[in-house]
Write a protein that binds this ligand. Structure first.
Ligand SMILES: [Zn+2]
Ligand SMILES: [Zn+2]
Length: 740
């Protein structure tokens, strides 16, 4: 069987819904005239009618009286049916066709958590007509998606194919019922290697096969869950190869002495989950397990936890909490784009996530998961020769009593600078975006208090300053929140239908999120800039660098970024990253861009809330009230000035130039009438600084004065120099020049 696929971007005129019933072609004849399989141009037969009573289902009703035809090759007997999209119709089974407009509506309805059956009920009630059965329409829609040439890239345009930080979570209410007894034990030599391509092709084939069935016949392509042929989805660029891991069969080995403590883990977690059940549900469970149903909720939970040691009680409790199958294991990047999904046949364990991560081409440097300890232990046990989670078994510091205590008090900080700027000297076997080969398994904010091991304090993401404010695990929670709204229809589907539609819905979700990110990027780059992708799948500015003549050698536009010079690094979202900001004298006189003007107008908009958050620099939060005190365009408010100076310091720091900035609130105290002693404000490291920056308010105007380190070394006199500099607002050259 050969399929004709649909383009990913259907022409807008075909999906606009402007075609009326009478405008559709009523005679649907396959376009082919020669057999595509046989050599030597074998002419196909004359069209043979299949039916003259086929129907086209549209958004406004049913178009009846459509004739469908097939042709046959006289040589190989291959049958050709009508499968064109250019008429705005999708042929499902020669008897039912959908308008492409309706297909796109169903797709968008699913993105908004509305099942195909609900859309059909709405249309039926509106058209006051009898529609084909809802199951048939659903199958027709799945057929449409299966024939669409989606790539299912599952990658974020910002993070690229190999995100350095990932968030993992379990969507545990996404389930289908499979009696465990019906899943065959895999062959004894099965090691967990599964061909991802052939598995998903077989699932897609099941969806397509439905279109070729005469009514009542069983689909020969049905895919049933099995341990040895059930694959996750990982995007083609992110996975190591087409052979990926699914070692769920190992969950069958229940011996407690086995090397990997899967079952213990699940029981422990299940026990924790019991506490989240409503009291009625707990009581019902007790009853089902033949336990005493009297007492407080705590009594009941404890009773159940004891009873869980017994296998049948365990299964009942498990089904109540997790449903029949083990839910979806999901890996996302910090932006919330889904990278991998795995439908668990059995209860979740760190094994499922380990299978996914070990199938990736590049193991992320930071993995955030609500059972980080279990994941690190499991992965390191499985890969004892390489111990992927190291140093410190994926903890941020050595688990000494002192470190644990510091972490608990929130005083431990471990910098991972390579998360922001790639290491110059790469480690062996490093991640390509960070140059580091360290791997950490950390807890996010929501789950860390569930943990019992005190050493887990060394797995908090708050310990890493580079992760604070960047990684927002709520993005993943929101994704799961919206996925839960699909359970009512996904959980009704067959296992293969469920997995197919889930992967498809998430693909459309990813595509829309990426589109949003790209659109917001286009707003901040100039219209002439081209966006393109680097070798790691990250979106970057693609315009070639302009040739600079001698007099301009040291100037480059502030919007020109590292990527322009080495297009293989960083993404354009990093454009405003400090390392990418270049000094440029030319920008002083540069007129503001329309976006800059818009941003200033927004910041100064008196009608908006004064408390609205506008920016954050280090620990300083700037809201509108900070900006609104701005008067004349040349003035700048003290807090904002300090924020700017701290950025100058950080930019210089990246270029290995040490700069000390004095706060504008401090320098003013050196002047009359306060005449405070500057030496009281000198930081310890002042002698190591190359420059000091002094904001000076002179002639009703802020100036930035700088002093070279020579002044500081000669002590004594330097205080006077500093004061007189500030006093006179004497400005030599601005710091940007020094940095060139
Ligand atoms: Zn032929
Ligand atoms: Zn991302």
């Amino acid at each position: 069987m050969k399929n004709k696929s649909l383009p990913v971007d259907l022409p807008q005129n075909l999906v606009s819904g402007l075609q009326h019933g009478s405008e559709f072609r009523h005679q649907l004849i396959p376009e082919e005239t020669f057999c595509s399989e046989c050599e030597g141009n074998h002419v196909l037969s004359e069209p043979i009618i299949i039916t003259s009573r086929a129907k086209i289902l549209t958004f406004t009703g049913v178009v009846e009286g459509i004739s469908t035809y097939y042709k046959v090759c006289s040589n190989c007997r291959m049958m050709y049916r009508y499968q064109e999209f250019t008429d705005g119709i999708h042929n499902f089974n020669d008897h039912l066709l959908l308008s492409l407009h309706l297909c796109v509506i169903l797709r968008n309805a699913l993105q908004n958590h509305t099942a195909v059956s609900r859309v059909m009920s709405i249309l039926e009630a509106t058209a006051k007509a009898k529609f084909p059965s809802k199951d048939t329409v659903l199958h027709a829609y799945l057929h449409f998606e299966a024939l669409s040439s989606h790539v299912y890239s599952y990658t974020c345009i910002n993070c690229g194919y190999y995100p350095k930080v990932v968030i993992m979570d379990l969507h545990k209410k996404g389930v289908f019922s499979i009696p465990f007894s019906e899943i065959a034990t895999p062959p004894s030599d099965f090691k967990g290697d599964t061909n991802i391509v052939s598995f998903w092709e077989s699932v897609t084939m099941e969806m397509i096969g439905r279109g070729f069935l005469s009514s009542g016949r069983k689909n020969p392509f049905v895919v049933c869950p099995s341990y040895d042929c059930w694959a996750p989805w990982i995007g083609p660029n992110t996975r190591k190869s087409d052979i990926v891991l699914n070692t769920e069969h190992a969950k069958l080995q229940k011996t407690k002495s086995c090397d990997v403590p899967d079952l213990d883990v699940t029981e422990e977690r299940l026990g924790d989950e019991l506490f989240n059940l409503k009291v009625d549900a707990v009581r019902k469970l007790c009853k089902e397990c033949g336990l005493d149903t009297k007492g407080s909720r705590m009594d009941l939970v404890l009773r159940l936890r004891t009873e869980m040691q017994n296998r049948s009680a365990y299964d009942k409790i498990f089904q109540q909490i997790w449903g029949a199958s083990g839910g979806w294991a999901v890996i996302t990047c910090p932006c919330g784009i889904v990278y991998s999904i795995k439908f668990n046949i059995r209860a979740e364990s760190p094994r499922d996530f380990a299978d996914l991560l070990l199938s990736w081409k590049h193991f992320p440097n930071v993995v955030i998961y609500d059972f980080a300890r279990g994941l690190a232990a499991h992965v390191n046990l499985r890969k004892a020769d390489s111990l992927p989670f190291s140093p410190h078994e994926g903890r941020l510091a050595e688990p000494t009593t002192a470190n644990i205590q510091l972490a608990k008090e929130g005083k431990l900080k471990v910098n991972l600078p390579w998360l922001k700027n790639k290491k110059e000297e790469e480690d062996i076997n490093c991640h390509p975006l960070t140059g580091s080969s360290e791997h950490y398994a950390l807890y996010d904010r929501f789950h860390e208090f569930n943990t019992k091991d005190p050493r887990d304090a060394l797995r908090r993401i708050q310990v890493v300053p580079e992760l604070c404010g960047w990684v927002n695990t709520q993005t993943a929670e929101q994704l799961f929140g919206s996925m839960r709204k699909n359970n009512y229809f996904l959980n009704m589907l067959t296992p293969s239908g469920h997995t197919f539609l889930m992967r498809n819905i998430i693909h459309h979700y990813n595509t829309a999120q990426n589109k949003n990110m790209e659109d917001s990027l286009r707003k901040i780059v100039s219209p002439s800039d081209q966006l393109t992708f680097n070798g790691y799948g990250q979106i970057v500015l693609g315009t070639p660098p302009q040739s600079l003549n001698d007099s301009e050698r040291h100037t480059c536009d502030i919007t020109q970024i590292d990527q322009v010079h080495c297009p293989s690094q960083g993404s354009v979202i990093d454009m405003t990253a400090l390392r990418n900001v270049q000094p440029n004298r030319a920008c002083w006189m540069h007129p503001q861009s329309s976006d800059q003007i818009k941003m200033i107008e927004n910041a100064l908009n008196e009608k908006e809330s004064r408390q609205q958050f506008l920016a954050q620099v280090g620990a300083t939060i700037l809201n509108r009230s900070d900006f609104i005190t701005l008067g004349h365009p040349n003035d700048v408010e003290g807090t904002i000035l300090n924020a700017c100076l701290s950025m100058v310091r950080d930019i210089a720091d990246l270029k290995n130039i040490k700069v000390n900035c004095f706060s504008s609130y401090v320098t003013v105290t050196w002047l009359p009438p306060l005449c405070a002693d500057p030496s009281a404000n000198l930081p310890d490291h002042i002698a190591e600084c190359d420059f000091i920056l002094l904001p000076s308010w002179a002639s009703n105007h802020w100036m930035i004065c700088y002093l070279h380190s020579n002044y500081i070394l000669g002590c004594g006199k330097s205080m006077d120099v500093m004061i007189s500099t500030v006093l006179q607002g004497r400005i030599g050259q601005i710091i940007v020049e020094c940095l060139c």
